[in-house]
Design a protein around this ligand. Structure first.
Ligand code: FAD
Ligand code: SF4
Length: 336
């Protein structure tokens, strides 16, 4: 399949990438590993007039900053995150989430920034329209929405599928963003708009420069689970990421962040499930109450899975993930 023509410029730094984006106009995009963008260009979901390549910029090694946060360059390859001794020791959930992405080949090319900014997906959107009997939908400036025909032109229920974003949101990560006028920081949670047509709140000429993950306090534990059809090279059916903290006696939950991914236009905090846990003694009753609360998420049926299947999937796995997180928090509390 031959790609359409586009201009290509190579950036020597992320600041230069932001400047190039501004000079190349509204139809320019950055390309990091290209593992999401190039397939989208092949199916013409994306038709940038110009690409700013980031492949010539060397990613800094993950490091601990003066406030004890881990700072990870947005250009870090996913394989490097999964294998990093620092990340595996200090933030094992992030290493686990990076390893859950696709295949080794894709993890060797795909970057952290590209993973967080990957486009939303939909069975109807992700098709080549030349040979499929599918007219362009709203997300491609068309006049229909096949799976949800009642949707208005400004509503798209394509699903955001990153395996890593839910883990980072559970860990309270922030992103550092570089634009023409300088740098800004943003809680990662606020990168997502909840609108499938324009899923990110980044400005047109802004680029993610780094992800900053705060240190995990004592008596904390995590749980992560990605469900997928084949367990291997496959986008998720659902992702569950939990970060929680126990009290001094290791009996009560004092803090919990439960984030569900791959079921809506953005990663979603399961706030009712968090409330069912925080302040309560941990154990089967608390896990059941939290798991029962996941109906609040209102998952979108997607990629062949019905809404009721996804709700059942979340109920079963959230319970298990919570039990793992509590075991880990207890183990860390006993070591300390
Ligand atoms: C077969 C296949 C299976 C996959 N399976 C999974 C999976 O299981 N889980 C999963 O999470 N993903 C999956 N992906 C998606 C993708 O490969 C990864 O998310 C990858 O991390 C994307 O990173 P990249 O560097 O290749 O991004 P690119 O393709 O280079 O870019 C993706 C988007 O992000 C933007 N972008 C890139 N870097 C930045 C930055 N620093 N700041 C701002 N915007 C930026 C680009 O402009 C583009 O819009 C899969 C892809 C394929 C082809
Ligand atoms: S949900 Fe969005 S991407 Fe899917 S067909 Fe409808 S408008 Fe297109």
């Amino acid at each position: 399949m031959i790609l359409f023509d586009f201009q290509y410029e190579r950036a020597r730094s992320l600041a230069e990438a932001a400047t190039l984006l501004a000079s190349l106009g509204p139809d320019a995009r950055v390309m990091a590993g290209g593992t999401d963008l190039l397939p989208n260009m092949r199916t013409e979901i994306a038709r940038p007039a110009a690409l700013v390549g980031l492949g010539g910029i060397t990613a800094a090694e993950p490091q601990v900053d003066a406030e004890d946060n881990i700072r990870i360059d947005a250009l870090t390859r996913l394989a490097a995150i999964a294998d990093s001794p620092l990340i595996r020791k200090r933030q094992p959930m992030l290493a686990e989430a990076a390893r859950a992405v696709a295949s080794n080949q894709i993890r060797q090319m795909g970057t952290l920034g590209g993973n967080l900014c990957q486009d939303t997906r939909c069975l109807y959107l992700n098709q080549q329209h030349d040979f499929q009997f599918v007219a362009p939908c709203y997300k491609r400036a068309g006049s229909c929405c096949y799976p949800f025909p009642q949707n208005k032109p400004d509503v798209c229920w394509s699903v955001y599928m990153s395996d890593i974003a839910p883990a980072l949101i559970a860990l309270e990560a922030e992103i550092s963003i570089v634009g023409e006028s300088g740098m800004r920081r943003l809680p990662l949670e606020q990168l997502y708009s909840g609108n499938g047509l324009k899923p990110f709140t980044l400005g047109k000429n802004e680029v993610i420069e780094a992800v900053i993950v705060p240190a995990t306090p004592a008596r904390s534990g995590y749980g992560y689970h990605k469900s997928s059809r084949r367990g291997g090279l496959e986008f998720a059916t659902s992702v569950i990421a939990v970060a929680l903290r126990l009290d001094d006696a290791l009996m009560r939950c004092t803090q919990a962040r439960i984030v569900i991914g791959a079921v809506r236009e953005q990663p979603i905090r399961a706030e009712a499930a968090e409330k069912a846990l925080v302040g309560h003694e941990v154990g089967a009753a608390a896990y059941d109450a939290a798991a029962a609360a996941v109906h609040e998420i209102k998952p979108l049926p997607h990629h062949g899975f019905t809404k009721s299947f996804i709700v059942d999937n979340l109920r079963v796995y959230l319970r298990r993930v919570l039990a793992h997180a509590v075991e880990r928090a207890r183990a860390s509390g006993m070591v300390a």
